[in-house]
Design a binder for this molecule. Sequence first.
Ligand code: CP
Ligand code: NVA
Length: 311
Amino acid sequence: MPSPSPKRDVVSILDLANDLERLFPRIRELKDQRHQRVPHRRFEGRALAMIFEKPSTRTRSSFELAMTDLGGHAVYLSPKEMQLGRGETIADTARVLSRYYDAIMYRAFRHEDMLALAKWSSIPVINGLDDVEHPCQVVADLFTLWERWGGRFKGRQLTYIGDANNVLNSLMLGAAMVGLNFVAATPPAYKPKPWVVKRAESFALAKGSTVRTVTSPEDGATGADALYTDVWVSMGDEAEEKQRLAAFKGFQLNAALLARAKPDAFAMHDLPAHRGLEITDEVMDGNKQVIWDQAENRLHAQKAILELVLS
Ligand code: CP
Ligand code: NVA
């Protein structure tokens, strides 16, 4: 669900519908500048609050470093150590943080809380993952494909294998927005939400591309240009671990599945990975993958997103 507020929030990939494609050349510039150690301190004195209800390696590091490189400052806030954890409301927290900071990045359990924070903040709110979406991850992922495929998405097929979770939701919508042919291969009990498929189909229609959902990983992988997977048990789903591990058997991204894709196809994963479950060591450590590029590109993509909301 996109942000209901008029300021520049990124609570959903849908909030980037008009900006996604023009972000890619800018991310490339920011990446080149960092590799060449060319400073880009355009947000001197600006500050980002980062609220993390769940653990993070990539999102925390990339947002904090992005703010530092841009000349600003990021502050890590954990609800356990905030008054939020003792019952102060999201609305009151939002009003207070809006008096100190220029933007808030929030990793939440519940999308409703993300929307509430966006509603009550007078500064932009960026979704750093919740139970419905992970838009910043998908900006970095699509940029990774844009780089690999020389800026051309037309005619390419991206297949996601696994759980219809937050990453799949943002990925299906984002892929359709840029005109990729998208396939989601999930077990029947873990199918993509109808509203996500419907929304993605309408983007695909406008772009002349396709969106398909299948329940066979082999079908999904056949002829794909890239295969993407994510964990079978997301943060917050731990109570369902046993039934999930049983349901996702056969949905592993391994060398046999990759062999069904195009000869130059590669594997993708947003990380952290559970090696031996949704993906094998062989695929992760082989050279038919762009997983470490995806992780690096979080840093460069975060900067472009910060530029969008802070400018
Ligand atoms: N991919 C991702 O968001 O990683 P973290 O949970 O480490 O931030
Ligand atoms: N779907 C995973 C993504 C982790 C970055 C989760 O929500 O735990």
